[in-house]
Ligand binder design. Structure first.
Ligand SMILES: C[S@@+](CC[C@H](N)C(=O)[O-])C[C@H]1O[C@@H](n2cnc3c(N)ncnc32)[C@H](O)[C@@H]1O
Length: 351
């Protein structure tokens, strides 16, 4: 027997969900054409003023602004006909250094839609989809999505949460940043700790190229290097710190990676593993953050891992218990949760 109240509530939810899904391309257009940046920099505008400012057609500006107002992304003042980007919305759409900047999330949503043609057949075969074969936007989207968290938390709170690590980095330490992607984390650390040396490794050659360019743009080539390398094989010896940012669960053989990291560290070295925040049980993760991460995990992380040898497919919502058992199996004596945010857990493993 259908309960009308429940049905109406659910239809309300789905309207919101579909509205969000249909907004993805509009938000990305607003980002790429500088519409949010213009509204943020110059304040309330009519469609004509926005069109002139950003060099777009007024008819499109009006329709786009109307959608943004209906979404609650901008506010609308009927008496003046002007649209405003409120400060809270600006943090999400127009301030790349804000801790809640989400444009990378919209880029990832687009990646997942483009990945459907690759992942759907894999549901039947059980095979993986290679990281390098996925939507071309994936590599930049992933870097952009995580960058805000690294910018705000990595040097300010995550590294200080590791035992004695900032003192070592200040003095001069040897660090490997594994699965570094476009090297956002590597560059942030290299800037903050000029006496230390950072080598970024990733198995995706295109990302390593981008990381090198990125280091050049930020003037940190003196204490960074980027190389193509698998997590279970990268060259390294007597390292003070190895970092894995949002990549352990993507790997085919996370235990093999853990075992290898153990061999590259000094006896008093540390392994920092940053992973998506998650509880240990499915029922702990049935919430809005878990929903986003399970979506990313199904469309990106699980296919990436299944494409590699072993194919452990931990999933993006592995949780502390599962992650610690992987880390311990790799030969680490101690593992603890050093810090956490609504989106990430930061683990420290010691030999
Ligand atoms: C979600 S991205 C994170 C990238 C980067 N650490 C960041 O936080 O922006 C996962 C990265 O892991 C890399 N990766 C996946 N499996 C790997 C493996 N077995 N060895 C080395 N890198 C791997 C991918 O190429 C990709 O750059």
């Amino acid at each position: 027997m259908v309960d009308d109240t429940k049905l109406n509530e659910f239809i309300g939810q789905i309207l919101g969900d579909l509205g969000g899904a249909l907004s993805v391309s509009l938000v990305r257009i607003g980002d790429r054409l500088g519409l949010y940046r213009a509204l943020h920099a110059d304040g309330p505008m009519t469609p004509g003023e926005l069109a002139t400012k950003t060099n777009i057609a007024e008819r499109y500006a009006r329709e786009w602004l109307s959608h943004q107002a209906a979404s609650g992304y901008v506010s609308y003042e009927p008496s003046s006909g002007r649209f405003t980007l409120p400060p809270e919305q600006a943090m999400v759409f127009a301030e790349p250094n804000s801790p809640v900047y989400m444009q990378g999330g919209f880029d990832l949503a687009m990646v997942m839609m483009e990945n459907q043609t690759l992942v759907e057949p894999a549901f039947r075969t059980g095979k993986g989809v290679g990281w390098g074969d996925q939507s071309q936007c994936l590599f930049c989207a992933a870097g952009r999505f995580f960058r805000a968290g690294y910018h705000n938390s990595l040097v300010a709170s995550w590294l200080p949460a590791l035992d004695g690590m900032t003192a070592k980095l200040d003095r001069g330490a040897m660090v490997a940043d594994v699965g570094c992607g476009h090297g956002f984390s590597t560059v942030i650390m290299a800037k903050a700790f000029p006496n230390s040396t950072f080598v970024g490794y990733d198995f995706h050659p295109g990302s390593v190229e981008q990381a090198r360019l990125h280091a050049e743009q930020h003037g940190v080539t003196a204490n960074t290097r980027f190389e193509v390398g698998m997590a279970s094989e990268f060259p390294g010896k007597d390292l003070d710190l190895v970092t894995f940012f949002d990549c352990l669960h993507d790997m085919g053989d996370p235990v093999g990676a853990a075992r290898h990291v153990r061999q590259t560290l000094k006896p008093n070295g540390s392994w920092m593993i940053v992973e998506p925040a998650a509880g240990d049980r499915l029922e702990d993760n049935l919430n809005p953050v878990g929903r986003l991460f399970y979506a990313g995990s199904t469309m990106i992380c699980v296919p990436t891992s299944l494409d590699q040898p072993v194919g452990a497919a931990l999933g993006a919502q592995a949780g502390f218990a599962k992650l610690s058992s992987v880390i311990s199996e790799g030969g680490f004596e101690r593992v603890r949760k050093a810090a956490e945010t609504p989106f990430n857990i930061i683990l420290e493993a010691r030999p």
